[in-house]
Each structure stands twice: as C-alpha cells, then as structure tokens.
Design a protein. Structure first.
Length: 260
C-alpha cells in the first residue's frame, strides 16, 4: 500500500531503541525524514546509521524530556533542520514497576514527568506546525491503561491519563485539522520485555523459558509482539489512508485486551 509519506517529516521521541527505533525504520521506509529525540546519543546514532539505506535525512536531538523546556527545543531543532513537521510520535517514557508500598513519591513524580508531561509538552510545541501541514500525532501508550495491576500502579495511571488526553486532543484536532490517535502495545519483544522476563525469573524462581511462557499465558497470547509491527501501524496512522481515524485507541497486543 502506498502511504504517500515520501518527503514528509516526523519527530519521534524515545527513538534510540525498541519501539521508537522500529518506528523510525518504518517511517524511513516510507520516505519520511526524521528528527530522532532521545537521551542516549550513541544509541540514536546506531539507529540513524541503519536508516541511511532508505535515502532519507535524519537529525539527532539529544534531550531529557523531563525538563520543561526540552520539548520546545526539540521541535525547534526539527523545524530548523527540515522546515516543516508532519508527524509527532510521542513514545519516550518508562515507569517503575514495584509493589505500591515500595514506590516513593519521587517514583510517581518521575513517571508522570517523562511520559505524561513529556507527551503534553511535545504536543503543545508541535501543534502549530502540525496545523500548517495537516499532520498527525500518534501517542504510544500501553495496554496497562485498560485495567489496574498491583505492580503497575504508576504506569497504569499514566497510561490511563494519556488515553483520556489523546481523546481530548483529538477533539481539538477535528477543528484544527490535526489527527490524534494512540497505540496500546501489549507484550512487545524489546529490552523492557527482557527485563520483565528477568524479573519474573527472579521473583518466581523460573527458568527463562518458564518465565516467557508464564508472561504469555498470563496475557493469553501465543507470542510476543515485534517492534516492527508497532512501526507499521504508526506509519499507517500517519498517512492519509487513515484520514477518517481520529481519537482512536488501537490495541496491538495479540488479543490480550478483552474488555470493550
């Protein structure tokens, strides 16, 4: 399917690894120039080097999106480099998993600072440029928003807030000509999945194979998802092929989410 993204510009946060890196690959394959934003410059360079064969331009912007002024600077760097912005992918952010009573005030503040406030600030900074281009925002959130889990109180709360935020910005976007949607990944085979496996091994005295089977069984899925599957869906949501998709929350989790 021709997505019509060639020559357009994307800004992707959390672009140095995992889902963010896979999104960059998928967008570059469709011909989009990309501003990569992350804290780890060395990892970003690795990702960017892998995009060189696609014949697109890339710009690396190192930033800690917990900082209040970081989002505006990242967007300014993208505009200074490419002169336009057609897509914002909010992807940066991880929250601490632990027993609720082991989580400190600082853990909660950190969880909301990067993922929730980072998404809000990036959207605010990019919005005027997306209005000009008739562009799109894709928020990478997570199925933890759908139901509470004892060890995921911070992440579930942040993700639930982001789903509501996505709906609210989509409502504004109808008038402003900006499409806003969210993707909820399930178990995706990234470094974070590896850490979940290792935690399960440790906490339940399991082998690696047993831990992976336990995680898949607990989600009632047949396999873990691949980062490139999130990338492909992001590219579709960025394109005019999805022009009538607005304010949607798309679960990509192998069927793990069974609620309406």
């Amino acid at each position: 399917m021709e997505l019509g993204l060639n020559g357009k510009v994307a800004l992707v946060t959390g672009a140095s690894r995992g889902i963010g890196a896979a999104i960059c690959v998928a967008l570059a394959r469709e011909g989009m120039d990309i501003c990569l934003v992350a804290r780890d410059e060395a990892k970003m360079r690795e990702v960017a080097s892998g995009l060189s064969n696609a014949g697109v331009q890339t710009h690396l912007h190192t930033a800690d999106l917990c900082q209040p002024d970081a989002a505006a600077k990242a967007v300014a760097a993208a505009i200074a480099t490419f002169g336009r912005l057609d897509l914002l992918v909010n992807n940066a952010g991880a929250t601490k998993r632990a027993d609720f009573f082991d989580l400190a005030e600082e853990d909660w503040m950190a969880g909301f600072a990067l993922k929730f406030h980072g998404y809000v600030r990036m959207t605010r900074a990019a919005w005027q440029h997306l209005r000009v281009s008739g562009g799109a925002v894709v928020n990478i959130v997570g199925i933890g928003a759908r139901a509470g889990a004892a060890e995921f109180t911070i992440g579930g709360s942040v993700n639930a807030a982001l789903l509501n935020y996505t709906k609210a910005m989509a409502d504004i976007g109808v008038e402003h000509g900006v499409r806003v949607n969210a993707i909820n990944p399930g178990l995706i085979e990234t470094d974070r999945f590896t850490r979940n496996v290792e935690r399960t091994m440790r906490d339940r005295s399991m082998t690696r194979e047993e831990a992976i089977k336990f995680l898949l069984t607990s989600h009632r899925t047949n396999r873990g998802g691949r980062p490139d599957e999130i990338g492909t869906l992001t590219a579709f949501l960025a394109s005019d092929q999805s022009d009538f998709i607005q304010g949607s929350i798309v679960d990509i989790d192998g069927g793990a989410t069974r609620s309406l």
